[in-house]
Design a protein around this ligand. Structure first.
Ligand code: DQA
Length: 151
């Protein structure tokens, strides 16, 4: 089962960017953690990051075409990109929105995510562990759906 873990603008700088907010885990470590978690759970996890909004939209279109599950940290785009939200609304598999920080405890402009209303669920404020939790949820959800489809 394929799961895309997609990361938006500036997340490639994890580990050096505002470490008091986002922690010391580097983007490379995050990739390793997601792939290893996927391996333990029997998921084929592909992790990507981009600073170009159109590239993220293209990956979401591909995930929609594949009916794949997605874990998405839309980063700053969460707060204003209607284009990203519309691309998320095309998805046919589950979508878990993840934020490393607790966006509700930060500046007011971060409190609202335009993506959340079209997400299956949202995890925020649990650090990079949020990605691991999202993958655990998707593994359970996808195997329950597969079992239900076979019965
Ligand atoms: C973020 C929160 C956003 O407000 C911010 O712009 C990010 C990261 C998070 O993971 O906590 O880049 O999505």
């Amino acid at each position: 089962m394929r799961v895309y873990v997609l990361n938006g603008v500036n997340l490639g700088r994890l580990g050096t960017r505002q470490v008091d907010v986002y922690g010391l885990t580097s983007y490379a470590d995050l990739v390793t953690m997601c792939v290893e978690t996927g391996r333990e759970l029997g998921l084929d996890v592909l992790v990507r990051q981009t600073d170009a909004e159109h590239e993220l939209v293209g990956w979401l279109h591909a995930a929609a075409d594949e009916r794949a599950a997605v874990v998405l940290n839309p980063a700053a785009w969460s707060h204003y990109s209607i284009a990203l939200r519309d691309a998320c609304a095309l998805l046919r598999g589950p979508l878990v929105e993840v934020h490393i920080s607790n966006i509700h405890a930060r500046e007011e402009f971060r409190h609202h995510s335009v993506v959340s209303a079209v997400a299956t669920g949202v995890i925020c404020g649990l650090g990079v562990d949020g990605y691991r939790l999202a993958l655990h949820h998707l593994a359970r959800r996808l195997s329950a759906e597969t079992a239900a489809a076979g019965s």
